[in-house]
Design a protein around this ligand. Sequence first.
Ligand SMILES: NC(=O)c1ccc[n+]([C@@H]2O[C@H](COP(=O)([O-])OP(=O)(O)OC[C@H]3O[C@@H](n4cnc5c(N)ncnc54)[C@H](OP(=O)(O)O)[C@@H]3O)[C@@H](O)[C@H]2O)c1
Length: 269
Amino acid sequence: MIISIIGAGSIGSAVARSLAESGIANRVIASRRHSKKIMHLKDFGIEVTNDNRKAAGEADIVIICVKPRDVKGVIEEIHEEIKEKIVISMAAAVSLESLKKIAPEAKFVRVMPNLAVLVKESFSAYSTDKDISSEDKTAVEKILKTLGRIVEIDERMMDVITALSGCAPAYLSFMIKAASEACVKEGLPEEIALVASAQSLIGTGKLLLEGELSVSEIIEKVATPGGVTEEELKEMNRLQIAENIESAIRAGIEKSRRISEELNRSLTP
Ligand SMILES: NC(=O)c1ccc[n+]([C@@H]2O[C@H](COP(=O)([O-])OP(=O)(O)OC[C@H]3O[C@@H](n4cnc5c(N)ncnc54)[C@H](OP(=O)(O)O)[C@@H]3O)[C@@H](O)[C@H]2O)c1
């Protein structure tokens, strides 16, 4: 299998590295216009180019990681090279319908990863167009699993998942910053506050995913009546933190829907 990544920026370079390190591809090719900026990828056995058509032409599977506004131009450029091939788009907001209209003979998969692809701990949700066979899906899943955890979703849920897991590294970091700053003000060294909260985030994630504990069981086990956690949760309830988080996520979903509608309207005549 030869896999080409077009748009090897933050996400694309990490995808190229994960694929090269996993050994699932015979060749991994990474392309961007300023290819000098990714020469370090050669150390991982990745071929580097600024020739999108060559990269797409040599590949069995093409992964597109350019910004949403650049997707149309890139697909138009490589449309001859991607006929009958699987093309995985990681661009936010660009629908399968729009992708298919730009290159009707390609087979598309739309993925919403998150920044944790950099450490192979992404949560990647994907949807496929009707031409993707079950054999194609197996190949796609093999690729996406090198980046972390995956799940197939109805494409209509992409805006929701964007606001939830696509944005999560940012809003969870925002929460870590607020919590650790409170402790730094009390004299705790900043690096300890950061490690304490980040490791606690990893640990809580593992308790939920691997520890067979539900959200309520975790809360119940930690929040002893009359204790410190209970006091924190009481204050969070008084400040209506849950309602405010829900409102923030809803704002994200609505924004994602507006961006998707505008972008896809501009992509399809
Ligand atoms: N960052 C996130 O947290 C995140 C999460 C989920 C999804 N995504 C999606 O992932 C995609 C990439 O995001 P990113 O954060 O990695 O952006 P990025 O760092 O800006 O990477 C995009 C890359 O595309 C390259 N590019 C632009 N035009 C090109 C062309 N015509 N041919 C080849 N390469 C081209 C750019 O390099 P040159 O200028 O050198 O060409 C740039 O390095 C976006 O569509 C975004 O919606 C990102």
